[in-house]
Design a protein around this ligand. Structure first.
Ligand code: ASP
Length: 254
């Protein structure tokens, strides 16, 4: 039998590369779904076009919205944005088997709202493990705000009020950080006496050690298996236990 060793090695290398891509995390974790003066997701459109260029259908989770907007209306808003991009949006609330819908999804989007409500629902429905599995295996994932918070180690650094009690504050841990979405810097001249965002994050570090990324509206993290990159043209802030706050420029790799 004749072996072409070079051919076999090339084929082997090719399979390794393919496998790497197959199991490559692929996420956009945005601080917010919109920025001042622009419509829902509009500021992210150029990046979303590229990010979802292989996606025909998106599984959307409207669970974070506690009032005002129904699951259907929230899903409708998302569908209206994605339709012109050639992407059909399906609300997970319509699926007869939510866990199966996650396993079969070609891409996932979890929108913002109240993080406690979102996390409580995901635990109640037993969806955390499946979500973690598919995201870790490369299903493209878009998170905005609460949907980004849940990709951190825990939801302890959300800005939301604890209006319901989830089974746990532990979240997906897709990145080894916690997120503080809608981050605002302290204004030294402010007359406001409530805790600044920085103070609240410092308080978190009295009890926990995970670093926290304060992400301003208009910023997002582009996450792949080997990198977490800050995008959006704005500074973000990295808070680490017992260390000074680090101001990070856009394109910083975490
Ligand atoms: N309420 C935010 C959201 O829009 C989450 C947060 O501020 O932590 O999802």
């Amino acid at each position: 039998m004749h072996f072409n060793l070079k051919y076999l090695i090339n084929k082997f290398e090719f399979l390794i590369i393919i496998n790497k891509f197959r199991y490559m995390k692929n996420l956009i974790l945005a601080s917010s779904s919109s920025v001042h003066g622009s419509e829902f997701l509009e500021y992210l459109k150029p990046d979303l076009l590229q990010f979802f260029n292989q996606t025909k259908e998106l599984l959307f989770f409207p669970y974070a919205r506690p009032s005002g907007v129904s699951y259907d209306a929230y899903t409708e808003l998302v569908a209206k944005f994605f339709m012109p991009l050639g992407i059909k949006v399906r609300g997970i609330h319509k699926a007869s088997n939510a866990c199966k819908a996650i396993s079969n999804a070609s891409a996932i989007f979890i929108g913002g709202g109240n993080t406690f409500v979102l996390v409580a629902k995901l635990y109640e429905m037993g969806l955390m493990d499946e979500l973690k599995k598919v995201i870790s295996n490369g299903t493209p994932y878009l998170g905005t705000s609460a949907g980004s918070n849940i990709c951190g180690v825990s939801m302890n650094t959300t800005n939301d009020m604890p209006i319901v009690m989830p089974d746990s504050f532990e979240t997906l841990g897709i990145i080894p950080y916690n997120i503080n979405a809608h981050f605002i810097e302290s204004d030294k001249n402010s007359t406001h006496r409530g805790e600044t965002r920085e103070t609240r994050i410092k308080e978190y570090h009295e009890f926990h050690h995970y670093p926290v990324i304060g992400l301003k509206e208009g910023s997002w993290l582009r996450v792949t298996s080997d990198k977490i990159i800050l995008k959006g043209g704005l500074k973000a802030f990295l808070f680490q236990k017992d260390k000074d706050v680090l101001s990070c420029d856009t394109n910083t790799i975490f």
